[in-house]
Write a protein that binds this ligand. Structure first.
Ligand code: GN1
Ligand code: MG
Length: 364
């Protein structure tokens, strides 16, 4: 007799047939993910983190709309609909998710067969595929009615707001951790003005709002196990109106280096401009035609600010007592923050080179 909550949730999808297995799966920092096996098929079951995502109805409507739109485009282009786009599997009662008596919310998604999900690019080709997958995502959704999307996390990539959250956490210093991270606090304070660069350009109407993914890490792209080509973009929780440069930037943050996101030894952290170039190539080959000149010129800012913002979020969470990102060791969020700041410092050192890469794409 199985009693864990995932098994209780599965009762809402009884029509899928007898479930053989429902094991923890993946490495997300926010939701809990399980791979479910029936006799014939596999599925992805997720407990939605309702502290992070307050409006579960809005969230699931977004994902349904976007996946249906992508499936239709894939169908029209003669692609493999079941492998190139996810599908929401409705509960037996037709709902998009189930809420259990304990308040937990669960959803079911199709499982893409024969995929590989990498935590780290093994070579330039893997990174290229990741950037191209998000560039393609950007292009395919360029005619999606963005006003129909809910903002699943308000001001998600509003770096100015994130800076305010950080300063509040320092002032409150709930766990008495601030004194020991003064160097990191100073690092962020010295870059306060930078936090406003992209937000201001958007407010002034110089950067358009697009449908963006907002969490464009390598491990949110599934690759085909045979060809190792980008197959499908996953983790659509934060698909919202946003800035194209931020989608490019988060791919760079996670991928254009030789280290894990949570590396403890900062001497092992290196931002690699040659990999930045690979990201630009993959992203712009797919999305370039649909972007404005200004969007292309500000790609380096997307890279720097997504990395700075992510580090700032990790540090804020560390100061607040690690309530947002899942951790598996005491100073985990601090290690993550430090890694991001080391990367930012190195991006600043080769800034000219990054700007030059954007200019070469304008000249084409
Ligand atoms: C979270 O759940 P996961 O690992 O895909 C976070 C992203 C961060 C990322 C850092 C909703 O994504 O914003 O960039 O961790 N997602 C949310 O690895 O906050
Ligand atoms: Mg994810």
């Amino acid at each position: 007799m199985q009693t864990s909550t995932q098994w209780q949730a599965l009762a809402a999808w009884a029509s899928l047939g007898e479930i053989k297995e429902a094991e923890p799966f993946g490495s997300g920092h926010i939701n809990d993910t399980y791979r479910v096996k029936t006799e014939k098929k596999q599925y992805i079951l997720q407990r939605i983190n309702t502290n992070t995502f307050r409006d579960v109805d809005g969230l699931m409507e977004n994902i349904l709309r976007v996946t249906e739109f992508l499936r239709e485009k894939t169908r029209a282009a003669g692609g493999d609909v079941d492998r190139e786009a996810m599908q929401v599997i409705r509960c037996d009662d037709g709902g998009l998710y189930v809420r259990l008596d304990d308040g937990s919310c669960w959803r079911m998604l199709s499982y893409i067969e024969d995929n590989v999900c990498l935590q780290k690019a093994r070579n330039e080709q893997d990174l290229y595929e990741c950037a191209a997958a998000f560039g393609r995502f950007q292009r395919l959704l360029s005619d999606f009615p963005a006003e129909q999307l809910s903002e699943t996390i308000p001001q998600f990539h509003d770096t100015v707001k994130r800076y305010g959250d950080f300063e509040r956490a320092v002032a409150e210093d709930k766990l008495g951790r601030a004194a020991a991270v003064q160097e990191e606090i100073d690092f962020l304070r010295a870059r306060k003005a930078d936090c406003a660069v992209m937000v201001d350009l958007q407010k002034q109407g110089q950067l358009p709002l697009r449908v963006t993914h907002n969490d464009t890490k390598l491990n949110n792209v599934l690759l085909d196990a045979q060809t190792m080509k980008g197959l499908c973009v996953i983790d659509l929780d934060t698909v919202m109106p946003g800035l194209a440069a931020n989608d490019f930037g988060d791919t760079v943050r996670f991928g254009a280096n030789d280290c894990r996101e949570d590396e403890e030894d900062q001497s092992k952290v290196h931002f690699l401009p040659e990999l930045y170039k690979v990201c630009a190539q993959g992203f712009l080959e797919q999305a370039g035609q649909s972007l404005t000149e200004r969007e292309i010129l500000t790609l380096p800012w997307g890279a720097k600010l997504m990395t700075l913002e992510c580090g700032m979020r990790f540090l804020t969470d560390y100061l607040e007592g690690d309530h947002y990102f899942k951790i598996s060791r005491e100073h985990h969020n601090l290690d993550r923050a430090r890694t991001q700041f080391t990367l930012v410092r190195q991006m600043e050192q080769c800034w000219e080179q990054l700007e030059e890469i954007s200019r070469t794409y304008l000249a084409r």
